[in-house]
Design a protein around this ligand. Structure first.
Ligand code: FMN
Ligand code: SF4
Length: 435
């Protein structure tokens, strides 16, 4: 496969890439100048033509989402989702650390297209450096007339603020994020109404991911047709993928979405293969919430359609975490279960209790006191707690169940063998301490 000419990461590695002067010297803010001469409708049409699908996890088409805003609205807000709290996921961070002006340019163009007056960039609290980098870029943009009143001499004005979260995964969910910006406890809202109708401060609101918005200047500069010509149908444009775990080159890479998990893992200019002496056992290819691939399933395309064929929820955050043969699959199961049990906000009974039960069973299995029926109960619980059966306010439990269900199904033999190898006496003692 030919090397991909970086688009989103083209400024990574350039000296002082976060500075306005450097960004402009490399063509930055030309797309904004062009966009300000277009109408909001033609920008939205171009984004629709590009078939830009959201990079935050769900893959919803950005232009279509913008089209849901009420036509008669007088105020609009834009939220930039930079929460990125899912374990192994860090491509948004790479984008903001290396090229904050690309994000700001995408934010302004998208705000103009949706006629937003204010944009909020929501960052997870742990992003200390990112916060300073993006804030400095915002300050530079204000000083240069790129943000604020009459942007670049046009009639359009936009204010842009950073809002820092307090460290909850569920605040990445768009309505949890909105509640958090409003200063409330970060808990998702029941939908409808969707944010486009009633969002932040009850005003029509668009929420888009950092990577989604970083694509927008390139669509305006080079056209929707150019963007949609990259990658497979329905999975168009440049995409960032990350890989971590015992591989030679963990990191963030850019490619079209016809790339396979095998390419991402093995290509010399990407993951570079496993570390010497390490043999691949499996990979969670889309953050931890999409499900697991075994070592025999690496030919999955990292696009929006192929993951379902492997029993996965979707492409998710496209952040792959690899584990090797020395990893006990019970530990992977437990790790995932523990994360979701501690991140459920607790509003919905099925999610609150379901994630807690799954964690309890996974802990028991890992500790050496598992029972075969636990595996069936895990599967049954997984089928009865998410948005898919309509039992929860947000998608957190779906993200919890797909990895657990696929781990149990795909590694059942190994889990049963571990349970069979337990000493009954030791298991009894462990159970006593757990109850
Ligand atoms: C539990 C949970 C956590 C989420 N975390 C994030 C996140 O950190 N960043 C993000 O962009 N989207 C996250 N999402 C998806 C958002 O709700 C929303 O779909 C997304 O921000 C929309 O942007 P996009 O259309 O550009 O992808 C999360 C969803 C759920 C259910
Ligand atoms: S599904 Fe879970 S995380 Fe989402 S709102 Fe309900 S309890 Fe909270």
């Amino acid at each position: 496969m030919a090397k991909f000419e970086p688009i989103l990461l083209k400024n990574r590695g350039v000296v002082n890439s976060t500075a306005l002067k450097v960004y402009e010297s490399r063509g930055g803010y030309q797309a904004l100048r062009k966009a300000l001469k277009m109408t909001p409708e033609t920008i939205t049409e171009e984004v629709k033509k590009a078939n830009l699908r959201g990079r935050g996890g769900a893959g919803f088409p950005a232009g279509v989402k913008w089209g849901f805003l009420p036509k008669d609205r007088t105020r609009t807000l834009l939220c930039v989702n930079g929460d990125e709290s899912e374990p192994p996921t860090f491509c948004n961070r790479v984008l903001m650390e290396n090229d904050p002006h690309q994000l700001i340019e995408g934010t302004i163009i998208s705000a103009f297209a949706t006629q937003a007056q204010v944009a909020y960039i929501y960052l997870r609290v742990e992003f200390h450096e990112v916060f300073h980098i993006v804030q400095k870029a915002i300050d530079e943009a204000y000083a240069a007339g790129i943000l604020g009143k009459n942007i670049l001499g046009s009639d359009y004005s936009l204010d842009c603020y950073i809002h820092r979260g307090a460290g909850a995964y569920v605040c990445g969910e768009e309505t949890g994020l909105i509640e958090s910006i409003e200063g409330k406890r970060g808990q998702p809202r029941i939908k409808p109404p969707f944010p486009a109708i009633e969002g932040l401060f009850r005003l029509p609101t668009v929420v888009n991911n950092v990577e989604t918005l970083s694509c927008v200047p390139h669509i305006i500069e080079r056209g929707g047709d150019w963007f949609s010509s990259i990658g497979p149908e329905h999975s168009t444009g440049p995409k960032l993928f990350s890989i971590s775990g015992p591989v030679k080159n963990p990191g963030c890479y850019e490619a079209a979405m016809d790339i396979t998990m095998r390419d991402l893992l093995e290509r010399e200019d990407m993951g570079g293969g496993m570390l010497p002496g390490k043999k691949l056992k499996g990979v969670l290819p889309g953050g931890i919430s999409m499900g697991v691939l075994t070592a025999d399933e690496l030919d999955m395309k990292m696009d929006f359609a192929d993951p379902a064929k492997y029993g996965l929820l979707g492409l998710g955050t496209a952040a792959a975490v690899v584990f090797d043969e020395s990893t006990d699959i019970r530990a992977v199961l437990r790790n995932v279960a523990r994360f979701y049990a501690s991140e459920s906000c607790g509003q919905c009974t099925q999610c609150r209790e379901g994630t807690a039960w799954m964690n309890k069973m996974a802990t028991r299995i890992e500790s050496g006191a598992g029972r075969n029926e636990d595996l069936d109960i895990l599967l049954e619980t997984a089928r009865n707690m998410g948005m898919m059966p309509g039992l929860s306010i947000c998608g957190l439990p779906d993200g919890a169940t797909f990895p657990i269900e696929t781990i149990v199904k795909k590694y059942r033999g190994e889990l049963e063998a571990a349970i069979a190898a337990q000493s009954a006496e030791a298991a009894e003692q462990i159970l006593q301490t757990m109850n």
